[in-house]
Write a protein that binds this ligand. Sequence first.
Ligand SMILES: Nc1ncnc2c1ncn2[C@@H]1O[C@H](COP(=O)(O)OP(=O)(O)O)[C@@H](O)[C@H]1O
Ligand SMILES: [Mg+2]
Length: 440
Amino acid sequence: MAAISIKNLVKLYGDGFPAVNDVSLDIQDGEFVILVGPSGCGKSTLLRMIVGLEDITSGDLLINGKKVNKVAPRQRNLSMVFQNYALYPHLTVFENIAFPLRLAKRPEDEIRSRVTQAADLLELTEHLDRKPANLSGGQRQRVAMGRAIVRQADAFLFDEPLSNLDAKLRGQMRTEIARLQRQLGTTTVYVTHDQVEAMTLGDRVAVMRKGVLQQVASPRELYDEPVNLFVAGFIGSPSMNFLPASVDGAKIETPLGRFLLHDERKVAAVRGHQLLLLGIRPEDFEDASLVPEEKRPHGTLFRARVDVTEWLGSELFAYVPFEAPEDIRNQLRDLSRELDSDQLRTQLVVGLDPESTIHDDQDVELWMDTSAVHLFDPATGTNLTRDEERATELARHAEEMRLEQKRGHREELGEVDRAAQAARQDLDERPDPTSRIEPA
Ligand SMILES: Nc1ncnc2c1ncn2[C@@H]1O[C@H](COP(=O)(O)OP(=O)(O)O)[C@@H](O)[C@H]1O
Ligand SMILES: [Mg+2]
């Protein structure tokens, strides 16, 4: 098991381009951390530096407190699973999983026992004699994970392991990886560009942009208390809406109309600013006729012209175009591009109760939960209204949950584990018949 500590890591490629720019991150023993961000933001580079496949330009990498900047990949005892599985087509599933053990010249009975155990865990037992070509994408991905597991590495590193699978299978494998990680309790760093994977898998999620770490937090904190415009726009689907807003004390004027900010803390936080970007998530809207009485006081009513609606059974989305000054329009378009999103930014996406009868090309009355707005400085992107107290509370809660789960896992596996460990030790202590043969 391993704690991984990343201190001010920088990676400059040959052309001087900082692919990873001063990233610091402490990953606890047994923690599941996700690195997420748009394509090209430096996720793979950072992962490859951890595993030792990429030189570190500056900064330090520590595993269990020991500096390993110059330690060879194999000595770091980390296991990497790639997007393209990297299976050997001429070997059976058994031999593919056994490969790292054969390489380490482990005795035959140990290989058999470890491969069988991993196959059992991954539900591959029936397929051990087959060749990769005859397996489905999901099964191949499981073989690749089997190979990572048998090595009993100190940490697993995944680089977009599910992006070659179709959407349904991706969902299934996501659940399996989560289950496996909990069962094994192994420190895991998982790279993805998919915010849904990030939100559902990790204890903590590290959001990167252009080589720079933006925020590291639990999924809930990222969603509720994003530090800036980039994180706010990246996390959540459909993404947060951004509107130009001019502020005067507690009065806010937006293309949707005027309203009052009731939260004193937020009013104080934006004092001195005039033009801001207001962020509000699609689910913080409702068809005015369907808002429960007790919720009404938290929000404001406004009239709007709905352009298009999408009824999905469990939800209804309505699109409301709005006007914005050119510079704001440009800024929102750039953000949209950077987030790899095809969402038009001068169009509000509102999520409504599927019972609503609002339809295309209709003038409607909508309700917006004004207690849920975030206000961003358009120049720096900083979320001026982030609630630091609540963020600290969410972080504490998430860490407690993780530790509780870890304790539960230990107790649950306690008995089984002790037996397995004893068996393993027994194997390890047996003389290895190949150990005296010098490598060629
Ligand atoms: N071997 C390399 N030489 C030069 N530039 C590279 C190399 N590998 C990656 N880059 C650049 O570094 C940046 C980060 O790449 P990468 O870590 O692969 O991003 P991600 O995994 O987030 O998509 C990109 O701009 C990419 O073009
Ligand atoms: Mg990558």
